[in-house]
Design a protein. Structure first.
Length: 168
């Protein structure tokens, strides 16, 4: 069973970052001083329905038990990378299906209130082999420690699920 999860984005507390023509200047949080780089962790999972369950190397990820991820009964960890992402140039990761994930830091947003956390605007795009875009550009506004997911690329009888977490 193949789900249409093209460019799926799922995480608690994440918001899309609207372009300047959509944003209301009064409601926009003040940008922080431009950070040169932040640390991030990227995981690449292979989701299938082969009945093998969740790879113990993945660890606890409640999201895998909830829709749309619960449509798959098996997840295998293919890669886990820690890296630095910055504004100067995207960090590139070769995917198991020969695509390329590009991740970059777009902005850092300071909280408006004392009890809020700093947020990080992360850009992600995926190029298929040959240069065509699977995901042209996704911008996500995430708190430190939150994982957001991009999923839907076919891979060996299942799909790739990519999780990105900022760890400043």
């Amino acid at each position: 069973m193949r789900l249409a999860l093209y460019g799926l984005l799922l995480a608690v507390g994440l918001t899309f970052v609207p372009g300047p023509s959509v944003a209301n200047a009064q409601d926009a949080p003040a940008p922080a001083q431009a950070a040169a780089a932040v640390s991030a962790e990227v995981i690449v999972l292979h989701a299938t329905n082969d009945g093998s369950g969740i790879d113990p190397k993945i660890g606890k990820m409640a999201e895998l038990g909830k829709p749309p991820f619960s449509s798959y009964n098996s997840y295998k960890l293919l890669d886990r990378s820690k890296m630095s992402i910055d504004k100067a140039s995207p960090t590139k990761i070769k995917l198991p299906n020969d695509g390329v994930l590009m991740v970059s830091l777009k902005d850092v947003i300071n909280p408006k209130k004392k009890d809020e956390q700093k947020r990080y605007v992360i850009g992600a795009s995926i190029q298929k082999p040959g240069g065509n875009s699977f995901l042209p550009l996704l911008e996500v506004n995430a708190k430190a420690g939150e994982t957001f997911f991009v999923a839907g690329q076919s891979h060996k009888g299942g799909i790739l699920v990519i999780g990105i977490k900022v760890n400043p």
